[in-house]
Each structure stands twice: as structure tokens, then as C-alpha cells.
Design a protein around this ligand. Sequence first.
Ligand code: SF4
Length: 373
Amino acid sequence: MRFVVITKPMKKTLPDVIPSATWVSALLRWFDRHRREMPWRNRPTPYNVWISEIMLQQTQVATVIPYFRRFIRRFPDVKTLAAAKPDAVLKLWEGLGYYSRARNLHETARRVIRDFGGRIPSAPDALKALPGIGDYTAGAILSIAFHQPAPAVDGNVLRVFSRFWGLRAELRSPVLKKTVFQRLSPIIHRANPSHFNQAMMELGALVCRPRNPLCPECPLRETCFAFAHELTYLLPVREKSVRIPHYRVAVGIVRRNGRLLIAQRPYDAMLGGLWEFPGGRRQAGETLRETARREIREETGLTVRVGETLGTVRHAYSHFTVTIAAFLCEAGRGRARPVASLRVRWVFPGELRRYAWPSASRKIIALLQKRPA
Ligand code: SF4
């Protein structure tokens, strides 16, 4: 358990746990006036809430809305989603990131058909046993779609209550999550669970923001510990983040008879199921051209002649960043063979858009499309 000692003098004293009646009604009144329009809020069915909550993980509402609309148009219910091909689900997810969410959605839809007759379960344990549904998502589905008094505690809610109750445990520590969950449980039993959880999420997104919270506009300001003690800049407590590594990568746009070679990543790998140009990380002492030649041979069995540079793109993932050099390559003789569970395919440039690509590869495709034919 990690705590910091806040040595700043206290201006006034607030009770350890503030009686909830006043601030809960202030919060719900605020939500009633300020709630944003979101397509899943119009029809909060278990399916819609589940899809939206998975899409909203690590992703802003404005980004999610068009993805959600497209997804629901194509897969309006569990049955259509379960029957879809994995590539079709990934294609609709293209650009949203964290692709394991799409694979888990698909697998969960299949299990809901197989084990629950197509109805998303309303029992907490059954829900949490499904792929991709943890405590937070289960809490959101149970409260918003089934009106059960289940707290939904994510990073936003932890931030709000670290400040509101003056909790000094580190933001990502289990002890903070447990404390907030235990304090919220009796409160949510007395409130409208759906509105209460959505109000907390909305307050975290619009008012109690990570930086520069808008305290004068906040419905909780009268009873907020951090506001009363001018500690909003210190709470929540965060450990210093570690420096994330940077990698140099080389890929080849391998050509033969007007077609390009693309490879599919194994389903159990990062970005699993998405397509990319063959290549990989530079090893010590290699030039990037040597990296491209070696990686293409290792991944596809093909020997290539590495030609001119198409361009360089940068991309940031959650745990590392990459600079990718893309080279135009000519394939030598022989068949391209998939290695491990990779599939490889020769496609015409106009067919690239049919496949699902990670964002970094889409930047390379954009460079390719800018070139004269
Ligand atoms: S008063 Fe400020 S710090 Fe407290 S909950 Fe509201 S926005 Fe957050």
C-alpha cells in the first residue's frame, strides 16, 4: 500500500465520510441538466450498453460515437455479432485501437448464444466470467441496463473520489479501488443506480478532469475535501510513470507482378488478426535495410531486393513508441510461406482497404497512395 503524506495545512475540517444525501441529490440534479446526448443512452439495452462500455475503455466519447453507430448498424444484436466472421468484426474496429476488445466482444457474443440462449446475463458472476468483462464493465451493464445497485469504478471515478474524500492511496492501487467501491456500495443502494453511475462518469469527464478541474462549476464543491483544502493539484496521488521504450522498425512493401505481399498477425498476439506489411524490429548492428530483408525472410520465407525508401512513420502504443521505415522491395523467386500462425496474401493495391489494419500500417498505406502509380 503506498500513501503520500500531505503536509499542507488544513484550512477547515471535513468529516471522514460526508453524509451522502445532500451531495448525491446535487450530483443527480447536475446530471439531469448537463448529460450529453449519446446514441447508447437513447436505448440502454444490455447489448447497447455492453458494446458502448467496451468501446469507451481508454477512448473518448466523441471518437466512439461513429464507431458505435456503424457497429450497431452492422451487428444490431448478439445473434448477428456471434455469426460474424472475425475479420468483419476487426474491420469495423479498425482505428479504435486495443484490438483485443473486438476479439473478446466476438467471443463473448458466441458464448452468450451458446450458454445463455442469446440473452446477456444479469447475474454479476456470470457476466464477469465472460471475456473482456471486468468489475467496471459489469458494474456499468448491471446498473445502466439492469438497474442493479452495482458501483462502476473506473479511473475517472477513482480520481473524483480521491479528491472528494481526500483519499491518499495511489491511483492504481487495489486499496484505493476497494475503498471507493466499499464506500459507494451503500450509497448506490439508495440512489437510481443507472443515473448515479452515469453522473459520476460524466462528472469525471466534464468537470473533475485530470488537470485543471472546474471546481467552481462542480455540484460536489460544498463537500469536497480537495476543494476545501486546495489539494486538487495533489490528488489523486500518482506514481511517477516510467519512461516508455522506443523501437526502430523496418517493413517491406514487397511487390510481384503488380501485387503486394501482406501478412496477418496471429490472433493471440498484440494487434492479433490485423494485417500488416512484413517486417520487424531492428537488431543491434543492423541497418534498417538489413532488418527489412531479414524480417521478411523470417516471416515469409521470401528473399527480397530492398529498394528505395517509401517513407517513415511514427506511432505511439500504450507501452512503447516506434519509428517505422518502409522500403519498396522486389520479391525474388519462390512462394511466400506463412510462419507460425501468420497468413500471407498477395493483393492488388486497390484491395488493401478490404483488410483491417493497425493505425501505423494505415499511415504507411497513406504514403503508398500518395506515390505516383
Ligand atoms: S470540487 Fe473540484 S476536485 Fe472536488 S469533485 Fe468537484 S471538480 Fe473534483
